[in-house]
Design a protein around this ligand. Structure first.
Ligand SMILES: Cc1cc2nc3c(=O)[nH]c(=O)nc-3n(C[C@H](O)[C@H](O)[C@H](O)COP(=O)(O)OP(=O)(O)OC[C@H]3O[C@@H](n4cnc5c(N)ncnc54)[C@H](O)[C@@H]3O)c2cc1C
Length: 420
């Protein structure tokens, strides 16, 4: 009998990191990487930055070339969608084919949410995939087009910055009066609002009621307060939904807000998850968390691979070897994300959402140099900076690696940001 493969569903940052880690940790059996997009694994953050801007072309986003993937000896199935998983037998359904696996890693990420009816209107876009970004970019050729961005979270703000730099007329609409407030709090949000306004973005608070169209093409966005925002192009950037629908309702899997995993990234025996789709018990923060952060996707892909391999080795699965991955380890990263808007680099360690206390220090308003500390239940749990040099930012990671007493963390941050 041929050895069963380990299959990874989702050929992006987390899936690729898992595949590479499986080989590195000694998996010598077949390895199948399944992705429903037609492209080789590529990096998503530049989609709303350099690629949208036109500064980079798609080949620059590739995480690996075909030649670089060759040593992994992958059974690479691009343009292939997994449509079901029987967790008990670890059997995947792929467009009608059944694939019995030794283990499965689920790295299917999230999909962009949209507004009712938007799919059928020309000129209304979402931004999650390379194809999405190229379609939006094609609408932003020339200058002076009217772009309305619905959703003033991180993605909406990044796209607004690029579109303004390209000379378009940009309106950013959100239910929250302050951009990115849910992710970074009101003070940093205000600072970013100030920058967007200074660059000529019109900020608008409101909820969308519907679209105005001529024929099938969008001409405007109607808000519930009666305002009509004229538009040639609309970007809907209202968040995302974990890509778990394909898993069906297998009672062995909890798919409420992502695929629920234990501290080892295991959703069920032999089934692991990583990246944007995974909600796992963070051992340091003591509660289930799910991040949509690029660094987490790679780190968790590696962790899930290592832990799956250790489980398979313990089961005596052929191919799992006896290499480095002999023991499972809880996955306990220090969360990290960044965002680029105009010349502002925003970087954060730890948790910045769900804080019950935020203290922002503006080091230099004109230069947009700030540091903000985020607290929860008396402890400091996150730190965010804008405009600080990399050396200072890196020094903050240790302060927030685990929840720290508020006063102590505040003092350490003051010292770290005062030096230089
Ligand atoms: C425009 C944009 C900008 C971003 N900027 C930043 C940033 O500045 N900083 C930051 O920290 N993070 C950023 N992120 C987030 C970061 O890109 C993600 O955290 C990361 O891509 C997650 O990787 P992933 O592998 O978990 O999921 P994804 O990258 O979403 O990949 C999942 C893959 O699985 C495929 N798939 C889904 N379902 C199936 C199925 N049933 N069968 C087969 N394949 C399937 C999907 O099509 C996709 O290719 C950004 C994201 C976007 C979209």
């Amino acid at each position: 009998m041929t050895a069963r493969p380990i299959a990874i569903v989702g050929a992006s940052a987390a899936g690729l990191a898992a595949a590479e880690a499986l080989r590195r940790f000694g998996w010598s059996g077949p390895l199948t990487l399944i992705g429903d997009e037609p492209h080789l694994p590529y990096d998503r953050p530049p989609l709303s930055k350099q690629l949208l801007h036109g500064a980079w072309e798609p080949d620059r986003l590739l995480l690996r070339t075909t030649e670089q993937l060759a040593p992994l000896d992958l059974d690479l199935r691009l343009g292939t969608r997994a449509t079901g998983l029987d967790a008990a037998t670890r059997t995947l359904t792929l467009d009608g084919e059944h694939l019995a696996c030794a283990g499965v890693i689920i790295a299917t990420g999230v999909t962009a949410r949209t507004l009712p009816g938007a799919e059928n209107i020309a000129g209304v876009h979402t931004l999650r995939t390379l194809d999405d970004a190229l379609a939006l970019r094609a609408r932003l050729t020339g200058t002076g087009r009217r772009l309305v961005i619905v959703g003033n979270g991180v993605l909406g703000c990044e796209a607004a910055a690029v579109a303004r730099e390209l000379g378009h007329d940009v309106t950013l609409v959100g239910i929250d009066a302050i951009p990115m407030a849910a992710a970074v709090g009101t003070e940093i949000g205000e600072l970013l609002a100030e920058e967007h306004r200074a660059r000529g973005v019109t900020l608008h608070t409101g909820a969308v009621d519907g679209f105005e169209t001529t024929g099938e093409r969008v001409t405007g966005v109607r808000l519930t307060d009666g305002t009509l925002l004229p538009a040639d192009t609309v970007l809907v950037a209202i968040g995302s939904t974990p890509a778990v629908g394909w898993l069906g309702d297998d009672p062995a899997l909890d798919t409420t807000d992502g695929l629920r995993c234990d501290a080892y990234c295991a959703a069920a025996p032999g089934i692991y998850a990583a990246g944007d789709v995974a909600r796992w018990d963070h051992p340091v923060h003591g509660r289930p968390l799910r991040f949509e952060h690029r660094t987490n996707a790679s780190e968790q892909g590696m962790a899930a691979a290592r832990n799956l391999l250790a489980e398979l080795a313990a089961e005596g699965t052929e191919g799992a070897g006896n290499g480095e991955a002999q023991e499972r380890h809880p996955f306990a990263p220090v969360p990290y994300f960044w965002s680029d808007q105009y010349a502002i680099k925003l970087q954060a360690y730890g948790l910045t959402t769900g804080a019950d206390r935020v203290e922002t220090t503006v080091l230099d308003r004109a230069e947009r140099r700030t540091v903000a500390l985020y607290g929860r239940e008396g402890n400091a749990v996150g730190v965010l900076t804008t405009g600080l040099p990399p050396r200072q930012v890196r020094a903050l990671r240790a302060v927030i690696a685990s929840p720290a007493p508020w006063e102590e963390a505040r003092e350490r941050i003051r010292t770290a940001t005062a030096a230089g």
